[in-house]
Design a protein around this ligand. Structure first.
Ligand code: ADP
Length: 369
């Protein structure tokens, strides 16, 4: 029987929730189910001017960009919406930015939300019934979608329709509401936690990697230009090397260096300003922050270099597992300081050298020595 089905949905979902529309880069009022792109970091609210608007301004990630440019051009030529896009990568690498850029390049509307903000199917329905054709709809943290919403999304992605339940009790029935063709951009830091039925509905997958030094320098120069703060070449390369291959970190550090230069009455950000500033912020030559070093030290000192499980480690370092796995570990792994193995996390010989800690002779990490 249809007993458990109806959950008193509004008969016209679009009227229940009217998420305000935003053009690419435009401002929106926050409504249920919607979040601002600028909520993603402490600095991003002031960072909108630094956010690239088009593909030419979106620096780095060259091969991903080249392919995307082709797919966008082809979709435009056919006058169709772009295929659904799946973006994978650690925080701060430009997933939200790229989604916005894609909308801009398509000349399409941009809407943004995150999976935790979609509490009930009507939250999703409220957005999808209000979109216009070819809208780029960005869902961040897509690995956190609730099952009921995920199922609604399958049909929306595949058939551009919504399953909607009308009425209550035995007389309840499901109708299919057509919605305009749109592009779903799903972003995640944890591709492994996204279900395969959802993954299979994305036509294009882009995997972000940490940015190369030259790209980080270019991003810093662009941001310095927008902020109108002179940045010396030597300062740019030092800052680039200290920014974890992550544009968000680079922009944040640039602002801090601007502060340090200002209080030193330095007309530009020089290498000496950056050296001094990084020392004050306790960022070392590999771009590690104090907390990164603490994580490595705890594995070495408490767990004899590892292996230690993710949850145990998260408790030991006082972090949420997600933050540890999404923010700290990817960079430590990329720098070759940490390894994730089926038995747990293990620090590498490089980490001992970097922290100038002596290695204890023990059987667990024999491969290190
Ligand atoms: P994510 O969604 O992956 O967490 P964002 O898209 O919010 O990351 O990017 C963080 C900030 O970094 C943005 O505000 C933007 O200014 C900057 N940024 C990201 N990618 C690029 C890029 N490719 N070129 C220049 N700046 C970028």
């Amino acid at each position: 029987m249809g007993k458990s089905k109806p959950k008193t949905p509004p008969e016209q979902p679009g009227q229940a929730l009217r998420p305000e529309t935003s053009g690419a880069g435009g401002k929106t009022a926050v409504k249920p189910g919607m979040v601002h792109p600028e909520r993603y970091s402490e600095d991003d609210d002031r960072d909108l001017s630094l956010r690239p608007q088009n593909l030419a301004e979106f620096l780095g990630q060259a091969s991903m960009k080249e392919n995307l440019a082709v797919f966008i051009a082809a979709a435009r030529k056919r006058n169709e919406s772009l295929d659904h896009l799946f973006l994978i990568g650690p925080p701060g690498l430009g997933k939200t930015t790229l989604a916005q850029v894609v909308a801009h390049e398509l000349g399409a509307e941009f809407k943004v939300t995150s999976a935790p903000a979609l509490d009930k199917p009507k939250d999703l329905a409220g957005i999808l019934t209000m979109i216009s054709e070819k809208t780029v709809f960005f869902i961040d943290e897509i690995h956190r979608l609730k099952p009921a919403i995920e199922e609604m999304l399958y049909i929306a992605m595949e058939d551009y329709e919504l399953d909607w339940i009308i009425g209550q009790g035995p007389s309840a029935r499901t109708i299919r509401l057509p919605i305009p063709p749109f592009t779903l951009v799903g972003a995640t830091t944890k591709a492994g936690n996204v279900s395969s039925p959802l993954i299979s509905r994305f036509g294009i997958t882009c995997r972000f990697s940490f940015y190369e030094l030259v790209d980080m320098e270019a991003i810093l120069r662009r941001s310095a230009g927008i902020l109108r703060v002179p940045l010396d070449d030597a300062a740019a390369s030092l800052l680039a090397a200290s920014s974890r291959g992550t544009p968000r970190v680079a922009n944040r550090l640039l602002r801090r260096m601007r502060d340090f230069a200002q209080v030193r009455s330095s007309a530009s950000i020089t290498r000496s300003v950056v050296e001094d500033g990084l020392a004050r912020l306790e960022i070392d030559s590999l771009g590690l922050e104090r907390h990164d070093r603490e994580i490595l030290k705890i594995i070495i000192e408490r767990y004899n270099g590892g292996p230690v499980g993710g949850e145990t480690l998260a408790i030991s370092v006082g972090e949420a597992v997600d933050t540890l796995e999404d923010y700290y570990e990817p960079y430590l792994i990329q720098r070759g300081l940490l390894q994730r193995t089926p038995r747990g996390r293990i620090v590498t010989a490089l980490a001992y050298d970097h922290l100038k800690l002596a290695r204890k002779d023990h059987e667990n990490s024999g491969f290190l020595f």
